[in-house]
Write a protein that binds this ligand. Structure first.
Ligand code: HSE
Length: 312
C-alpha cells in the first residue's frame, strides 16, 4: 500500500561543539521541527504552509531549506506525483539551534517515506545538506548529520559524506541557552576571516583531537583541557552581548567547556550532571546582566535523530 502522507520530526542541534567547525555537532531533542509531506496530483514540490514563525520564510521551494531538500531528493529519485509540504517550526529562527537543518532533514525524511523505494537515512544526508545550504550560504553537515542520525556526529566529506557517531561520556549534560536575539547564520559566517594563523591551526587541531580522544576514553580531564575553540569563537564572540561573561561564569561553576551553538546567538556548556543547574544559573546571570532574557534547557548529549511520527 503506497504511503500518501508522512510527517517527520527532526531535533535541534548544537553545531561545531566548539572545536569542530562545520564538522562536529550533536542532537538536542528537547525541541525540533516537524514537516508533513503529502502526495498531490499537481507535479513538483509545493509548500502549503509554514507555522511557528514570527517572520515569514520563503514559500518558493528552491528558496526554502525544506523545499530544496525535497527537490534534491526527487532529482535523484523521481516520482510520478507531486509533493506538498507543511512545515511546523519548533526551533526559533536565527537562534543557532539548527532550525534550517531540522526543517531540511524532516522534509527529506518525510518525503522519502512517500517513495516506493525509500533511501537509507545516510543516503538522505547530501539532500539535507543541499537544503540547509539555501539558508546558510555554504554546504556543511554539523547540524544536518546529527539532526538526521542523532548523537554526537563527526562528518568527513561533503559530496560523499562519511559520518561517525562519537561516544559521549554518560555523566555529561548539555546546558543550552537561547538569548532572545536574532543572528543570521549567513552574517555570522560573513564575519569570519578566510586566513588563519598557523599556530591557531595547531592548537585547534590538538583540541579537536583531544576532544574526540576524551570522548572515546571517557577522560573528562582531557575533555576539559581540549574544549576551547581558538579559531571561530573569538571572531564571533562580539556578536553576542554577554557571551564572554557567560563563558567565564560557566567555567567558574565547573563546566568542562562553553562555546557558541552553531552560528549563535545560543550558547552551550558541557558539564557533569551534578553541576548542570549551577552552570545554567551562572550563565543566565551573565545574560541578565546584559538585559537579555533566555530560554534554557538541560539535557543529555545527543539523543535520537529524525523520525517518522505519522505515516498513512
Ligand atoms: N557550522 C555552522 C557555523 C553552523 O558555525 O556557521 C551554523 O549553520
Amino acid at each position: 500500500m503506497p504511503v500518501r502522507v508522512a510527517t517527520a520530526f527532526a531535533p535541534a542541534t548544537v553545531g561545531n561543539v566548539g572545536v569542530g567547525f562545520d564538522i562536529l555537532g550533536h542532537a538536542f531533542g528537547v525541541i525540533g521541527d516537524r514537516v508533513r509531506a503529502e502526495r498531490s496530483e499537481a507535479p513538483g514540490v509545493r509548500i502549503r504552509a509554514i507555522t511557528g514563525v514570527t517572520e515569514p520564510l520563503p514559500l518558493e521551494p528552491a528558496r526554502n531549506t525544506a523545499g530544496q531538500a525535497v527537490l534534491s531528493l526527487l532529482a535523484q529519485s523521481p516520482v510520478p506525483f507531486g509533493i506538498e509540504l507543511t512545515i511546523e517550526k519548533g526551533i526559533p529562527l536565527g537562534s543557532g539551534l539548527g532550525g534550517s537543518a531540522a526543517s531540511a532533514v524532516a522534509a527529506a525524511v518525510a518525503a522519502n517515506a512517500l517513495l516506493d523505494a525509500p533511501l537509507r537515512a545516510e543516503e538522505l544526508l547530501p539532500h539535507a545538506i543541499a537544503g540547509e545550504a539555501v539558508a546558510s550560504g555554504a554546504r556543511h553537515a554539523d547540524n544536518v548529520a546529527p539532526a538526521l542520525l542523532g548523537g554526537l556526529v563527526l562528518t568527513v566529506g561533503i559530496d560523499h559524506p562519511r559520518v561517525r557517531q562519537i561516544p559521549v561520556p554518560p555523566a555529561i549534560r548539555c546546558v543550552l541557552l537561547h538569548p532572545h536575539m536574532f543572528l543570521s547564520t549567513r552574517d555570522a559566517r560573513g564575519v569570519l576571516n578566510r586566513l588563519v594563523e598557523l599556530s591557531d591551526v595547531v592548537w585547534q587541531t590538538a583540541h579537536l583531537a583531544g576532544f574526540l580522544a576524551g570522548c572515546y576514553a571517557n577522560d573528562l580531564a582531557l575533555l576539559r583541557e581540549a574544549f576551547e575553540d581558538v579559531l571561530i569563537e573569538p571572531q564571533r564572540a562580539k556578536l553576542i552581548p554577554g557571551f564572554p561573561a557567560a563563558k567565564r561564569a560557566a567555567r567558574g561553576a565547573g563546566a568542562l567547556g562553553c562555546s557558541i551553538s552553531g552560528a549563535g546567538p545560543s550558547v552551550f556548556a558541557w558539564c557533569e550532571e551534578g553541576t548542570a543547574a549551577a552552570v545554567r544559573d551562572a550563565m543566565l546571570g551573565a545574560f541578565q546582566g546584559e538585559g537579555l532574557a533566555c530560554d534554557h534547557w538541560i539535557a543529555p548529549i545527543g539523543g535520537d535523530g529524525a523520525r517518522i511520527v505519522e505515516c498513512r
